[in-house]
Design a protein around this ligand. Structure first.
Ligand SMILES: *Cc1c(COP(=O)(O)O)cnc(C)c1O
Length: 350
C-alpha cells in the first residue's frame, strides 16, 4: 500500500533502520540528562538550524505535538488575547483551544496574531508575501502553525516570531514529536509575561533546552530519528524546488484535463481525469504546495477512495467541512516520484 495521507503520512523508508539503531545502540535507554542524550538533542537542534536555514538567533525546542504548541502560545506568549484569521478546520481548532486559555477580547487588545501557514484541511496556504503584509500591519507577535509545510518548503523565518510543526507530515517521521521555533522577541515577550505555572511553560522549556535537556522524559526515539532524517536531507532550498515543481505538476495534471478543458471535450484524447472531480481551490496563489485537495460529489469521492484502495493506493480523506466531498493528496518529500507516477496513472485510467 502506498499512502498519500497528509498526516500521519509516509515515513522515509530509512526510518525503519534508524529505529532499529536506536534500540540496538541503547539510545532509547539513555537517561535524558546524560551527556550522550544531550549530544543527540544538541546535534538535532544544530541540524534543524542548518538544514532548514533557521536564523542563528532563533531558539529551538522539541515538544510533543502541534496541539501542545497552540497551548504554549496561549499560556506563555499571550498577555491579553490572540487573533485568529482562518479559513479551515485547523485554524478553527487553534482558535478554540487558545480561547479556552485566553478568552477573546476586543480586537485592539489582541497581542498575538495566529496564522496557519498551510491549512491541511482544505489545501490552502498563506504566502510569504501575505505574511510580510501581516508583519507590516501588525506590531505584536506573529505565531505560525507550519505543521504540514515545514521541511517541505522554505520560509522567510523573520516574518514570524513563533513557528512550529509536528513531525508526522513533511518531516516524514512517526507522530509524537514537534519542533517549536521562537525568536528573541518571542522569548522577551515570554519573560515579560513571566508565566511559569506549567510543565510546558515556554520559560521552563527554554531553561531546559539551553542545557539541551527537556522538562520531562522526552520522546528519545523520536528525537533520534529526527536527527538521522535531518542528516540525510538536502538543504531546504533544494527540497523547496522539488516540492514546488511536484505541486505545479499536480495542479497542471488536474487542470489540464478537468471538465471544461479542451481535451475533455470533442477531441480524441481521453480525459485524464473523470469530470466528476475538480480542484477544491481555484485561486492559484492560495493553493498549497504540500496538500492538494480535490473535490467531487459524496458518492464520487467514496467510489474513488475505494477504487484507489483496491489498487494499493491510500488517498487522504477529506477533513472538517470537506470530510465527505474531497480527497487529499499529500505532496510531502518522503513520497517518491514512482509513487506519484503510480497515482497519476491510476487517476488517468479511472
Ligand atoms: C496535523 C496538524 C495539526 C495537529 O498536529 P498534532 O501533531 O496532531 O498536534 C495542527 N495544525 C495543522 C495545520 C495540521 O496539519
Amino acid at each position: 500500500m502506498i499512502t498519500f495521507y497528509p498526516g500521519p503520512s509516509k515515513v522515509y523508508p530509512q526510518v525503519a533502520d534508524y529505529a532499529v539503531d536506536a534500540v540496538r545502540e541503547g539510545i532509547v535507554s539513555l537517561n535524558h540528562r546524560s551527556a550522550g542524550f544531550m549530544d543527540i538533542v544538541k546535534e538535532t537542534v544544530r541540524l534543524l538550524h542548518d538544514k532548514l536555514d533557521i536564523p542563528a538567533d532563533y531558539h529551538i525546542a522539541l515538544v510533543s505535538s502541534a496541539t501542545e504548541c497552540w497551548e504554549i502560545v496561549a499560556q506563555s506568549l499571550t498577555a491579553a488575547s490572540s487573533l485568529h484569521p482562518y479559513n479551515g478546520a485547523f485554524g478553527k481548532k487553534w482558535a478554540e483551544y487558545a480561547y479556552k486559555i485566553k478568552p477573546p477580547v476586543s480586537l485592539s487588545e489582541a497581542d498575538v496574531l495566529c496564522i496557519i501557514q498551510n491549512e491541511t484541511s482544505n489545501g490552502t496556504q498563506v504566502t510569504m508575501e501575505t505574511l510580510a503584509q501581516f508583519r507590516r500591519d501588525f506590531s505584536a507577535l506573529i505565531a505560525v502553525d507550519a505543521v504540514s509545510s515545514m521541511a517541505g518548503i522554505a520560509f522567510d523565518w523573520s516574518l514570524g516570531d513563533v513557528w512550529f510543526a509536528s513531525v508526522q507530515k513533511c518531516f516524514g517521521l512517526p507522530a509524537g514529536l514537534a519542533v517549536l521555533i521562537y525568536s528573541p522577541a518571542a522569548l522577551k515577550r515570554a519573560e515579560e509575561i513571566g508565566e511559569n505555572a506549567h510543565y510546558n511553560s515556554l520559560l521552563f522549556i527554554h531553561e531546559n533546552f539551553s542545557k539541551f535537556q527537556t522538562p520531562y522524559t522526552p520522546n528519545g526515539l523520536g528525537i533520534y530519528m529526527l536527527m538521522r532524517v535531518l542528516q540525510q536531507l538536502p538543504p531546504i532550498a533544494v527540497v523547496d524546488i522539488i516540492t514546488k515543481k511536484r505541486a505545479a505538476d499536480w495542479y497542471t495534471f488536474f487542470e489540464q484535463f478537468g471538465p471544461g478543458s479542451s481535451q475533455a471535450h470533442g477531441s480524441l484524447t481521453k480525459p485524464a481525469l473523470s469530470p466528476d472531480f475538480r480542484l477544491l481551490i481555484n485561486d492559484k496563489p492560495d493553493r498549497s504546495d504540500t496538500v492538494i485537495a480535490v473535490e467531487g460529489s459524496e458518492s464520487a469521492i467514496k467510489a474513488i477512495k475505494v477504487a484507489a484502495q483496491q489498487a494499493g493506493i491510500m488517498l487522504g480523506n477529506g477533513y472538517g467541512d470537506w470530510k465527505n466531498t474531497t480527497f487529499r493528496i499529500a505532496n510531502f518529500p518522503a513520497i517518491s516520484d514512482d509513487e506519484i507516477g503510480t497515482l497519476m496513472q491510476f487517476l488517468r485510467s479511472y
